[in-house]
Design a protein around this ligand. Structure first.
Ligand code: KG4
Ligand code: ZN
Length: 351
């Protein structure tokens, strides 16, 4: 067994994990242990992520979390064979913390280091579940920063089918929630409130629903929510569950429609849903029911591994190492890619 240490620090969660893989086999790598520190409480006072505070907190957390993970997995630092970190996309300062620590550890241990694409981590996170998917599949990547439909033909072979032209689905949840006076991060708060509301109470737009392509747009929805909030005035408090339920229904309906179109157009019978919004119970229920009717197998990461974590980074690195597709470095130089399109990875491999 070879052990990969993975470090995630792209936004407001510090995640560390160890994943083990069997070289020369196609056995799915296994999670040794993972640990996470969420900065949500720290950023809540500001209503969103403060990048400089995020970087400083990653510095404080990353080594204690590494110690915790190693002791949980009953491993020593010297048992680690590779060190992986999130190279991008994400906040530049936050990414640099993980990259710097990973390269310092790699240099000290004399082990190869590799930078992982954060979205590839999300995309491959269902490999950490009891029922891992097989290639090919369509992936719906829905996080705070991205909303993409990806055709995944194999490891590192990603074709972008469509993406948001403005806000991401997670942003639509977060911004709408903020307008309703709900705490950051808005997604889970809005979704909880929506359970008590009527999804048909407010007529909200379904942007680009019938655009004929697989792109998304959520900025107009946020404006429509703002209009309703202003119209409601003092009545907002009493109508908040209805507004939350109507907002969630609009987001889920568009995500569902485009995902089903992507499955139909590609003819692929397997769907992977990943990223923070993939934790949304309403989205899961709608997709599961629709996929059942179409004989499509749907895979979700475990709920705790939907949002950012180190396990998905270590898993993506382990799968690449096992398949001989890892770009490892032993000069311990590094750069980060705050903006980094996922389909660039496909081109890199075909060179
Ligand atoms: O993947 P993630 O942790 O971070 C990024 O890579 O962006 O996703 C965070 C996003 C936030 O926008 C958050 O509000 C949303 O995922 N989220 C949810 C739920 N849980 C997290 N949105 C809707 N329903 C949820 N249950
Ligand atoms: Zn993420």
């Amino acid at each position: 067994m070879k052990w990969v240490l993975g470090i995630e620090s792209s936004c407001d969660e510090t995640g560390v994990a160890v994943v083990g893989y069997q070289p020369g086999t196609d056995a799915t790598p296994v999670l040794g242990a993972h640990a996470l520190h969420s900065q949500i409480d720290m950023h809540q006072a500001y209503g969103g992520v403060v990048p400089e505070l995020a970087s400083r907190d990653h510095i404080r957390r990353v080594l204690p979390l590494t110690d915790q993970v190693l002791s949980q997995a009953q491993l020593k630092l010297s048992d680690i064979d590779h060190v992986a970190y999130t190279r991008g996309p994400g906040l530049a300062g936050a990414l640099l913390v993980g990259a710097g620590v990973a390269c310092a550890l790699g240099a000290a241990l004399e082990r190869p280091v590799l930078g992982v694409h954060h979205l590839e981590g999300h995309l491959l996170s269902p490999f950490l579940s009891a029922d891992p998917p097989q290639f090919p599949f369509v992936a719906l990547l829905v996080s705070g920063g991205h909303t993409q439909l990806m055709w995944v033909q194999g490891l590192g072979q990603y074709t972008l089918l469509g993406e948001t032209i403005d806000d991401a689905a997670g942003e639509a949840f977060d911004k709408s929630a903020k307008l309703m006076g709900l705490p950051y991060p808005g997604g889970p708060a809005l979704s909880k409130l929506a359970d008590q509301g009527n999804p048909q109470a407010f007529k909200l737009p379904r942007p680009l629903m019938h655009s004929g392509n697989l792109d998304f747009s959520f900025a107009g929805l946020k404006t429509a929510v703002l209009t309703q909030v202003r119209k409601l005035g003092p009545e907002l408090e009493a109508r908040k569950p209805d507004l939350a339920a109507s907002t969630q229904a609009a987001i889920v309906e568009v995500l569902l429609k485009k995902t089903l179109t992507a499955l139909q157009e590609t003819g692929v019978k397997r769907l992977v849903v990943a990223g923070g919004v993939g934790a949304n119970a309403n989205l899961r229920l709608s997709l599961t029911q629709a996929c059942e009717r179409r004989d499509v197998q749907v895979h979700y990461p475990e709920l705790s591994l939907c949002t950012d974590n180190g396990a998905m980074i270590a898993m993506a690195a382990a799968l690449r190492l096992q398949a001989g597709l890892a770009d490892t470095r032993t000069d311990y130089g590094f750069d980060v890619r705050p903006r980094w399109p996922l389909d660039e990875l496909t081109q890199a491999i075909s060179i």
